[in-house]
Design a protein around this ligand. Structure first.
Ligand SMILES: NC(=O)c1ccc[n+]([C@@H]2O[C@H](COP(=O)([O-])OP(=O)(O)OC[C@H]3O[C@@H](n4cnc5c(N)ncnc54)[C@H](O)[C@@H]3O)[C@@H](O)[C@H]2O)c1
Ligand SMILES: [Zn+2]
Length: 361
């Protein structure tokens, strides 16, 4: 088992990475959570796949253990589902000492975290992320919330868990497309934070795709470390944390124009190709680097371009991004491979040329 500590300003907590759920129970004990009431929150898929094992592991070490689930998917990431959670919490008389356990992907984690952050002004919660995206991205950093009136994550809170426990084997049941979507964020971490990590991804791409335990452990560890570093510098996104949006301003535009038909990670992949095109034009990366990035994304079955959307529509949509303020588009660009920064002075033509690379007009 690998363990490392996230040191955010508001809290520090361990991330455990193992190839089974062994060690989960002792993580609860170490966090001082035995003897309390616990509520496991899952979705319809993680309920079917993992709830029984988790309940068995928790055993009789808690005062009571109850559970609730909702139909899997982003559609249910809203306040009505949170309301259902509150009802279960109140009916089971969860109190300030109780603990919420998020068992699932980013949708479960964001919502369970938000319910925990707000029930009785905040009770403890634990993350057991089961998608690659949740393991390398959403379970680290303490952003919780729900979608509201068409706005993604419009209502939420920064709230850190007591610990995060990931079992690499949960990826065996994950649909391949979901795995690939998570890989887009993993590859992003390499480009924006750590060149050695990126090189490792190139070297071990076959082992990663085959879900070899040691390679998967390496990416969970590497990506969590990269994200935790950023979060430790800037928990509430007043500066550095924005670099995690590399490829996202282009990607979000594609994502909403396509009516969320593509997965977020797939749009991030397309968006990164536009960002890399800008980096190439600015001479920060070479043509070979650009081609290599494209090859790596494709290797993981990620799209690198989009058909049926015009550059003009994508550009206009970028003004709707929640990170666009006062009509100024802020893009994350590379200083060099392994280091990124935010730039609010990218010219309109430059942006157009980058978009043309992904629309192929
Ligand atoms: N908090 C953050 O910092 C942050 C960062 C990135 C994304 N997010 C949020 O994360 C969400 C996306 O997360 P996601 O991609 O994990 O989506 P998800 O939670 O919907 O999971 C994707 C699908 O995989 C299923 N699933 C989960 N684990 C499985 C397993 N082990 N085997 C088989 N199926 C499994 C789910 O039931 C679902 O159908 C979005 O709502 C996004 O806003 C949050
Ligand atoms: Zn993302």
């Amino acid at each position: 088992m690998k363990i490392f500590e996230v040191n955010a300003k508001s809290a520090s907590y361990p991330i455990y990475i193992n190839d089974s759920f062994e060690g989960l129970l002792s993580a609860f004990e170490k966090a001082g959570l035995f003897g309390r009431k616990a509520l496991v929150i899952c979705d319809s898929n993680t309920e079917r796949l993992y709830l029984d094992s988790i309940l068995e592991i928790l055993g009789d070490n808690f005062l009571t253990v109850c559970h609730t689930s909702f139909e899997a998917g982003e559609k249910r990431k809203n306040l009505e589902t949170i309301y259902d959670f509150y009802k279960v919490m109140a009916e089971n008389k969860l109190d300030r000492k109780s603990v919420v356990i998020a068992l699932g992907g980013g949708v479960v984690g964001d919502m369970a975290g938000f319910a925990a952050a707000t029930y009785m002004r905040g009770i403890k919660y634990v993350q057991i992320p089961t998608t690659l995206l949740a393991q390398v991205d959403s379970s680290v950093g303490g952003k919780t919330g729900v979608d509201f009136m068409g706005g993604k994550n419009l209502v939420g809170a920064f709230y850190q868990p007591e610990f995060v426990f990931m079992n690499t084997k949960t990826l065996y049941t994950l649909p391949e497309r979901e795995f690939s979507a998570g890989m887009a964020e993993v590859i992003k971490h390499g480009y924006i934070i750590d060149k050695d990590y990126l090189n490792m991804l190139f070297e071990k791409k076959a082992e990663i795709k085959e879900l070899r335990t040691s390679a998967i452990t390496d990416i969970l560890y590497g990506s969590c470390k990269a994200k935790a570093y950023v979060v430790s510098q800037d928990e509430k996104e007043t500066g550095l944390r924005a670099i995690l949006n590399y490829g996202h301003t282009f990607g979000h535009a594609v994502e909403s124009l396509l009516g969320f038909k593509l997965l977020h990670g797939e749009c991030v992949s397309i968006g990164m190709m536009a960002a890399l095109a800008l980096d190439l034009e600015r001479g920060v990366i070479t043509e070979d680097d650009y081609k290599a990035a494209e090859g790596l994304l494709k290797y993981f079955d990620l799209p690198v371009s989009v058909r049926g959307l015009s550059a003009r529509d994508i550009h206009s949509q970028m003004f709707m991004d929640k990170k666009t303020k006062n009509n100024i588009i802020t893009l994350v660009l590379l200083k060099t491979i392994g280091e990124a920064y935010s730039d609010s002075s990218v010219g309109s033509e430059e942006i157009d040329r980058a978009i043309l690379k992904i629309t192929g007009e």
